[in-house]
Design a protein around this ligand. Structure first.
Ligand code: PMP
Ligand code: GLN
Length: 373
């Protein structure tokens, strides 16, 4: 297996003391209540193995969250499983639901874990590209990607790395294809609360006919700025969640007891605290987008997530991978080349992802450094 781009670029950032706009992690603390709850849980002695399925308080909080924000009704006893991050939830779900030789349709560009896990299983990831500048999902292309071997459509909305947010119409197209071909859907919604402007996140599980065939994955990492905690979850119909748990128990078994209790507190925060997340990040998206444009890059509109994608061709650059490998040494900034999120780099050779989830002064410093280009 290749080394993940996040390890490669973060190592270069450390080596050259660069500002890390590569791997997406914030540099400000999350909600004080959540951190305090973790400390309190440790002090209360909640430090031993949790049940493999997750502590009851967190499973109940996840279900209450899905009801509050999306009107989804879930049974905390049978329809949710807590995992070591969205990562374990995704790899467990894929391993549980996909067999060697099966095909998984995924939006391209795709988060690198999808293709790697597909390779571990011996399944094939079939890309359906969403392309700059507007990243629309073409229903015809989706339909054309289905074969007899297709088992799962793997969605990601809000979408990493593009910042796209699937519209209701696009989700309806996905749902129609899934129902028509009797496919399962795994949907990665880790950026569900990090939306800009008037964007709305619609879980595909809320569409008619979809709850019974969808495994929804999310995580506390982005929402509460605790990416190192690795508390994630999968929800869905009891028979699918049981299969995810069945695999997951042989990976980590369980993890993070006090952190699970703290995330339960976080998921219970009032609405305005969730609404503030996107608002705060939106100003950073603007700062970074405007700054990169001033430097001459073409920057595509990001509707959500930690990320913006820029095209470096106007700077005379021809290869984003070489560019990102040299950037920390050249100017003291790290970024990620979008081509690693593609099955084939054709057409995206000069696209680079920059993370905007940093303090304003850090973004300003990074932009100043990038002026040296
Ligand atoms: N899916 C996407 C789209 C991501 O960007 C990430 C990483 N941050 C993950 C899954 C993994 O989430 P976690 O850190 O909770 O494992
Ligand atoms: N999801 C994060 C990103 O896209 C990285 C996670 C990781 O390091 N594996 O930047």
């Amino acid at each position: 297996m290749a080394t993940t781009i996040f390890s490669e670029m973060s190592a270069l950032a450390v080596e050259y003391d660069a500002i890390n706009l590569g791997q997406g992690f914030p540099d400000t603390p999350g909600p004080q209540e959540v951190v305090d709850a973790a400390v309190a849980a440790m002090r209360r002695g909640l430090n031993q193995y949790p049940p493999a399925v997750g502590v009851p308080a967190l499973r109940e909080a996840i279900c209450a969250h899905q009801r509050r924000f999306y009107g989804l009704e879930l049974d905390p006893a049978s329809q949710v499983v807590v995992c070591a991050g969205a990562s374990e939830a995704l790899s467990s779900a894929l391993m549980a639901l996909v067999a060697p030789g099966d095909e998984v349709i995924a939006l391209e560009p795709f988060y690198d874990l999808y293709a790697a896990t597909g390779a571990l299983i011996g399944a094939t990831l079939v890309p359906v590209r969403i392309a700059a500048p507007d990243y629309r999902l073409d229903a015809g292309a989706l339909r054309a990607a289905v074969t007899e071997r297709t088992k799962v459509i793997l969605l990601n909305t809000p979408h990493n790395p593009t910042g796209a947010v699937l519209s209701r119409a696009e989700l309806e197209d996905v749902a129609a294809v899934a129902v028509e071909h009797d496919l399962l859907v795994i949907t990665d919604e880790v950026y569900e609360h990090l939306l800009f402007d008037d964007e709305r996140h619609i879980p595909i599980a809320t569409l008619p006919g979809m709850a019974e065939r969808t495994v929804t994955v999310s995580s506390a990492g982005k929402t509460f700025s605790v990416t190192g905690w690795k508390i994630g979850w999968a929800t869905g119909p009891a028979e699918l969640v049981e299969r995810v748990l069945n695999v997951k128990q042989w990976f980590s078994f369980a993890s993070g007891t006090p952190l699970q209790h703290a995330v339960a507190v976080g998921l219970d925060l009032p609405d305005d605290r969730f609404a503030a997340l996107g608002r705060d990040l939106q100003a950073k998206r603007d700062l970074l987008t405007d700054g990169l444009r001033e430097l001459g890059m073409e920057v595509y509109h990001s509707k959500a997530t930690y990320f913006v994608t820029a095209d470096i061709a106007p700077l005379g650059e021809t290869d984003s991978l070489a560019f990102c490998r040299s950037l920390p040494a050249r100017v003291g900034v790290a970024a990620v080349p979008n081509q690693v999120f593609h099955a084939s780099p054709e057409g995206v050779e000069t696209q680079v992802r920059f993370a905007c989830c940093k303090r304003d002064e850090v973004l300003a410093d990074a932009l100043l450094r990038l002026r040296k280009l």
